[in-house]
Design a protein around this ligand. Sequence first.
Ligand SMILES: [Fe+2]
Length: 207
Amino acid sequence: MKPTGTTSRAERATADLSRAIETLMVALEAHLPGCEAHSRRTADYAAVLACRMKMNPGDVEIVRRAGFFHDIGKIGIPDRLLRKPETLKPRETKIMRRHPEIGRDLLRGFSFPRAAADAVHAHHEWFDGAGYPRALKGKDIPPMARIIAVADVYDILRAGRNYQPAVSREEAEKTILAVSGTQFDPAIVEAFRTCAAEFNALFESAG
Ligand SMILES: [Fe+2]
């Protein structure tokens, strides 16, 4: 069926929206070099996990987009904290921990799918309730956020951070499996275990 004028306008509006938010990512990259590549890899791993969890194709794409924008809220965090090479002090950690809420508000402001904004808001929650910003527990954490949490940490482990050296594939997998049921949803860790080779291939091919 030929698309109606309304559909075309809607598609154009969606494309404009995506470009506008991607521009924000370019701005964030200037403040936090490496963030864009990390976000792209996180999006790809998250999509692999979402497929493995048998999400429908529409939801897989929402997970991918939320994975890409998971840290977009860091645009609202001062540079001196984003680039600090040492561990943050408690009051600095409190400021840094605002980024999931800032990200959710940004995506909602851009009329992003609510599920994506909710996933961004909850990507640092822990399965046992020890995460932030709301200390949500278990199935109260949106499933998309539980997926992005594993994808995000895997990439941080492999790529390293200012204050944390990169680790091998084996070490990263061991670390993820070790926090099943505490930091991560055991069902998602089990899915990760079955597609760890794909994660490694994505990391290696991204260079
Ligand atoms: Fe984050």
